[in-house]
Design a protein around this ligand. Structure first.
Ligand code: NAD
Length: 247
């Protein structure tokens, strides 16, 4: 068991890759806080994992809810060793002039400000634990942006930069900060990225050298490695899990 006795808080864990990360961590011995703004979804994932998981309802744009979520994790499991900032949203794939101010504000509020506030709330607990691992879910959109996802891609660029900034700032505390940049992944969010034009999916797959989209488990496998002691000398990296798309 590669995460025996570790405690992980995973945001957006009621769906998609967050759920897969929660299940994978629990299978490897971690206790997991399954955080999502959709309470039913968080309960379902936590219920399937069993007694080593708790469901936490939290909207990451609200500081008080973040503080309560962190407190609930500490109360249940006694500390935090790993934070996975996975929750994220996007505007629908569309031309930049069609991205409304509300779209822009909402994606930055969740993907950047929410991630920032959650990280601030958890750092004191990682320090108390003598170190830890923060894993941010970025995107290939933040490394090799394509048309139609302007504001979303900008949020992921910010996530990648924040990852590097915090990696150097928190290294003296033995807190490692890394990011994963997934390519298009089979989750409920996927249609938002691909847009409605016919044939989009096949066109996209054709640009991935390994010839398929990512599965949530592909991302969970990397999130597992980055959380373990095997990655103790790895920090500040943006790790593509993309079948070679960004080459
Ligand atoms: N699916 C893809 O193709 C893809 C590719 C690259 C990166 N990503 C990133 O991966 C991460 C996970 O995405 P996914 O595809 O699994 O999506 P998903 O929609 O399946 O899951 C995201 C979860 O985050 C939760 N969430 C959204 N806003 C929240 C908020 N304010 N507070 C709390 N929870 C909130 C949602 O309720 C949902 O359960 C996101 O950061 C996304 O940007 C996805």
């Amino acid at each position: 068991m590669r995460l025996k006795d570790k405690v992980a808080l995973i945001t957006g864990a009621g769906s998609g890759m967050g759920a897969s990360i929660a299940e994978t961590y629990a299978r490897e011995g971690a206790k997991v806080g399954v955080l999502d703004m959709q309470e039913d979804a968080a309960r379902k994932v936590a219920g399937e994992i069993g007694r080593n998981a708790i469901a936490i309802r939290c909207d990451l744009v609200k500081r008080a809810e973040i503080d309560a979520a962190v407190a609930a994790t500490i109360k249940a499991f006694g500390g935090i060793d790993i934070l996975v900032n996975n929750a994220g949203i996007s505007h629908v794939n569309k031309p930049v002039l069609d991205v409304a101010e509300d779209d822009f504000d909402r994606v930055f509020d969740v993907n950047v400000k929410g991630l920032f506030m959650m990280t601030q709330a958890v750092i004191p607990h990682l320090r108390k634990a003598g170190g830890g691992s923060i894993i941010n879910i970025g995107s290939t959109a933040g490394l090799r942006p394509r048309p139609g996802l302007s504001a979303y891609s900008a949020t992921k660029g910010a996530v990648h930069n924040l990852t590097k900034t915090l990696a150097v700032e928190l290294a003296p505390d033995k807190i490692r900060v890394t990011a994963i940049a997934p390519v298009a992944t089979e989750t409920p969010l996927l249609p938002t990225f691909l847009g409605n034009a016919p044939g989009q999916r096949d066109k996209f797959v054709a640009t991935v050298p390994l010839g398929r989209l990512a599965q949530p488990q592909d991302i969970a496998n990397m999130a597992l490695f980055l959380a373990t002691a095997e990655a103790e000398f790895v920090t500040g990296n943006i790790v593509e899990v993309d079948g070679g798309r960004c080459v």
